[in-house]
Each structure stands twice: as C-alpha cells, then as structure tokens.
Design a binder for this molecule. Structure first.
Ligand code: SIN
Ligand code: MN
Length: 270
C-alpha cells in the first residue's frame, strides 16, 4: 500500500492520518493473543498499574530476542502496508524503530497519558531532527469513554515545546507544562478524539500534541505503537542514556517482509 498525494498533504497539514481497516480480523486476533502472552512477562520493560497490575506500557516487542521479543511483532512494522508509507513520509528508505510499545489501557483502571509531544523526550535521547513518525494500531474499539487518544491537529507545525518531568502517572515521563498546553489549546485547533475499530491504524508526527484520559469503560483499550526514525537521524551519545528498550541502538535498516507475515509467524509458533 502506498499513500496518495492527498493523504500525504493531509498528514503534512494535520500531523496525522487515519487508515481504516489496515489489519484484518484474523491479524488483530493474532496480535491481541501475542500481546496477552507478552503481558505475562515480568521484566523492566513491562510497566504495570492498578490493582490488576495490568501493563500500562510494555516495550521492545519488535526485536526477536529479549524478554518481550516477538516474531509476530518483529514482522508487523516490516509489512509493506506499514513500511512503505513510513518510507514515503520520511522520504528515506533507510529506516529503523526508535522503539515499539503496547499500551494496555485496561477497563476502569487504565490511567491517563498527559498532554505531550513524543519529540520532547526523543530530542533528549540525542535525536537531532524531528522527523519521526509513529504508526498506532488499534487492537480494541477506541472510544472516548475508553480513553482514546486525542490529537491537536496541526500542532506539530509549532515545533517542540520544552517539557517537564511528570510524576503523576505510573509511567513517569516528559509531559508538556500545563501553561503551554493551555496556550496551545486556546490558540490552536480543537483537539479531536481518535476513535476507531480493531485494525484501524493512525500515523502521527513526533511533534504532534497528544494525550488520552482514564479508561472509564468496562472494556480494555489495547494499542500498539511503532516509532520510525531515519537511520541517518539515529541518536548521538548523551549522558545517562535511557535503556535500549526505549532508545534503540539497533539501527539496522528494516527490510520488508511478505504481506502475510503475521499469519505465517503465528502458524510457525503454534
Ligand atoms: C503515548 O502517547 O505514548 C501513549 C498514549 C496512549 O496510549 O493513549
Ligand atoms: Mn506519546
């Protein structure tokens, strides 16, 4: 699959693009089953929350080694329908993943992600240019009650805003200072809820302002994220680098796999 010129123009204008039904029901079933398997792993890169101790976030499924490594999630970002649009958007065929993650925002307990820009952290990881794109795949219905993502359209055009260290949620990270969020929301476009069905996929720019609320619904909201960077834009050395499950040092160029690779990988495993 390739993006058309109007889709590329919309991505440039809004900072995001929604592609409905990019994954079949069978593929979503396999991805969900594999996510449930990884959620049982006890490792530093699986961060849990709530009484149920469900992972709020788990990282590094796209490698085949390590506690959360997965052949299925290694294949997913290499499918032509993902890798080719990533190459188009970054205008470079030498890409790797800065990281991958699955956010299991569990029913009732799944907590907020405060307003932030991903490049707020990634610049401090040593990445020079804000030229990364993230593909998010929905594994459940994403609803407003269930804590879907919200994007502020076109906010990526304003550039990076200096973040602060937010300790309010079980996964502590660099969020946007409340004053800057208020200014952006008052002066810019109204945020839009990113709702959808399992298999729907969203691509977004690393400077886009985004957030999501508590899951108040009786159902989980599982979402998978693959963050693409150009090999030429890989991080430089920084003092006290974050672990490689969030700041990958595997800059090997990603090669496309067959479009049926998720189903094939599942057949080999089971
Ligand atoms: C993120 O921005 O990294 C996570 C947001 C979400 O899963 O709602
Ligand atoms: Mn984010």
């Amino acid at each position: 699959m390739l993006l058309g010129s109007s889709e590329l123009a919309n991505f440039d204008r809004d900072g995001f693009l929604i592609i409905r039904k990019l994954f079949s029901e069978e593929e979503v079933f396999i991805l969900r089953k594999e996510a449930a398997r990884i959620a049982q792993v006890e490792a530093e890169c699986v961060i849990r929350e709530g009484k149920s101790k469900t992972p709020k976030i788990m990282f590094r499924m796209h490698e085949t080694d390590g506690p959360t490594g997965s052949k299925i999630y290694n294949a997913t970002p290499r499918l032509p329908r993902i890798l080719r649009p990533a190459i188009q958007l970054l205008q470079d065929d030498q890409l790797y993943l800065h990281h991958s993650k699955i956010n299991l925002k569990s029913a009732i307990e799944g907590s907020v992600w405060p307003w932030h820009q991903d490049f707020g952290q990634w610049q401090l990881d040593g990445i020079k240019n804000p030229d990364l794109v993230t593909f998010m795949i929905m594994l459940d219905d994403a609803t407003e009650l269930g804590g879907c993502l919200y994007f502020q359209p076109a906010s990526h055009k304003s550039g990076r805003i200096k973040p602060f260290w937010d300790e309010t949620t079980p996964y502590k990270f660099l969020a946007l200072p409340p004053d800057d969020v208020q200014r952006s929301l008052r002066e810019g476009l109204a945020p839009v809820p990113i709702t959808g069905k399992p298999g729907d996929t969203v691509i977004f720019h690393c400077n886009l302002l985004h957030a999501s609320g508590q899951n108040l619904s009786p159902t989980d909201r599982w979402q998978v994220y693959f963050c693409f960077n150009r090999v030429s834009n890989h991080p430089s050395d920084v003092e006290q680098p974050r672990p490689d499950y969030v700041r990958s040092l595997n800059w090997s160029v990603m090669e496309a796999v067959d479009d049926t690779a998720i189903i094939q990988a599942e057949a080999i495993i089971s």
